[in-house]
Design a protein around this ligand. Structure first.
Ligand code: NAD
Ligand code: NA
Length: 395
């Protein structure tokens, strides 16, 4: 079939298998171009199909030469109905891993559930014995807590006060004022349930009890801080409360791993266009200004550049350069004082009329479509493609 993008608000309902494969190939080529990393050899990535998790899987495999198990929740294809992009990404990843002689298997299901954790542990036992690196990179709007059976929904709201600021609809370029009502106590608790550290800790507890963590095993989860501008809706909002919880959980897990000389650390990553971040108000305007500035400075990075640098320079480099809260700061270039000063300047004057000049609206929009395999260089979108592309290990 011929597959075209069909968008509804901040989501795209279709995905292109060839475009997704090309994205994966580009990421593999980037990692290979940076040379080998003396790092993990057996890796579990939770949230492995898109964004930072996919980049982590690719860096593990093609940078470190690692065997990888990837867990994700994606929709498979059926005749006439394309799969979700993470499914096509994973199909492409497994195909290219196999060609490179690298072990790669995937598990498609709810990572929050006991069943998927058990299935993953069984697969590790059977195929790898133990893992030495666990990347936790889930981004989800909902979670059913397996202990209580309760389903929680996360929200993106400020805490305390009403928040008003500029935002942009990146499809139209319209800059408008958005007003968000503050969260109530339930909103905060629910968001912490979904995006906090509880599930990360469950994964590590269960893996440790099952004996599948190697001596010296390390685990990393990803967080975000960002500028003052987005603080009310991000770091000091409901999602920020969840990130505070996630970061605190790293210390709890670290203590639990002391007897195997393990490590649990949070890496604060850069703001990037992913399915998760497109849905957060105000962030798309911030990102389009940030991209413009970082590209002009020659310091722009996508997920793969961020994660390759995280592995090469920090996790397996000579110095993790932890901040005063024990976090890796691979958002260091985003947070540079001169970069943020320029964002502030542009933010103050941004309007519908000038945004395509002062901001990188096109870069935002292209990245968004790229997430779904569209507008990828070198792909012939007029060509008939088979939408039924399976992840080899899930067949
Ligand atoms: P993403 O949406 O690209 O990836 C989310 C992953 O989680 C996918 O692999 C998806 O399949 C998987 N997933 C979601 N629900 C699942 C479930 N129930 N069971 C199994 N898998 C499930 O998101 P991302 O932007 O790469 O975010 C990953 C992490 O990085 C998050 O913690 C996020 O807060 C953090 N982060 C993101 C940014 C950013 O700007 N995008 C910046 C810094 C940190
Ligand atoms: Na991810």
């Amino acid at each position: 079939m011929i597959i075209e993008p069909r968008t509804r608000g901040f989501i795209c309902l279709t995905a292109h298998p060839t475009g997704c494969e090309q994205n994966v190939i580009n990421q593999i080529e980037y990692v290979k171009s940076k040379g080998t990393i003396d790092g993990a050899k057996k890796v579990l990535v939770i949230g492995a199909s898109t964004g930072f998790g996919l980049a982590s899987r690719i860096t593990s495999a093609f940078g470190c030469g690692a065997s990888t198990i990837g867990v994700f929740l994606e929709k498979g294809p059926s005749a006439g109905r394309p799969a979700s992009p993470g499914y096509y990404n994973s199909a492409a990843f497994e195909k290219h891993a196999a060609e490179a002689g690298l072990y790669a298997k995937s598990i498609n299901g709810d990572a929050f559930s006991k069943e998927i954790k058990q299935q993953t542990i069984d697969m590790i036992k059977e195929d790898l014995g133990q893992v030495d690196l666990i990347i936790y990179s889930l981004a989800s709007p909902v979670r059913t807590n397996p202990n209580t059976g309760k389903r929680h929904k996360s929200v993106l709201k400020p805490i305390g006060d009403v928040f008003s600021n500029k935002t942009v609809d990146f499809h139209t370029g319209n800059v408008t004022e958005v007003t968000i009502q503050p969260a109530n106590e339930d909103d905060i608790a629910n968001t912490v349930e979904v995006m906090g550290g509880d599930d990360w800790e469950m994964w590590i507890d269960e893996m440790k009890a099952a004996g599948v963590l190697a001596e010296g095993a390390q685990t990393y989860a990803y967080s975000y801080i960002g500028p003052k501008l987005t603080e009310p809706v991000y770091r000091k909002g409901t999602i920020g409360a969840a990130k505070d919880h996630l970061e605190a959980t790293a210390f709890k897990i670290q203590d639990k791993l002391a007897d195997i000389n393990g490590k649990a650390v949070v890496s604060v990553n850069k703001a990037l266009v992913t399915q998760a971040s497109s849905a957060i108000p105000v962030i798309p305007l911030y990102i389009s200004l940030l991209y413009k500035i970082m590209k002009a400075e020659g310091i722009h990075e996508g997920c793969i550049e961020q994660i390759q640098r995280l592995y090469a320079d920090r996790i397996y480099g000579s110095d993790m350069k932890l901040d005063d809260k024990g976090r890796i700061r691979i958002d260091d270039w985003e947070m540079r004082e001169d970069v943020q000063a320029k964002v502030d300047e542009l933010w103050a004057i941004a309007t519908t009329e000038n945004l395509s000049d002062i901001g990188d609206l096109k870069g935002y929009s292209d990245d968004f479509f790229n997430l779904f395999g569209f507008k990828v260089d070198g792909v012939d979108y007029a060509a008939d493609v088979n939408e039924v592309v399976e992840v080899p290990s899930l067949k």
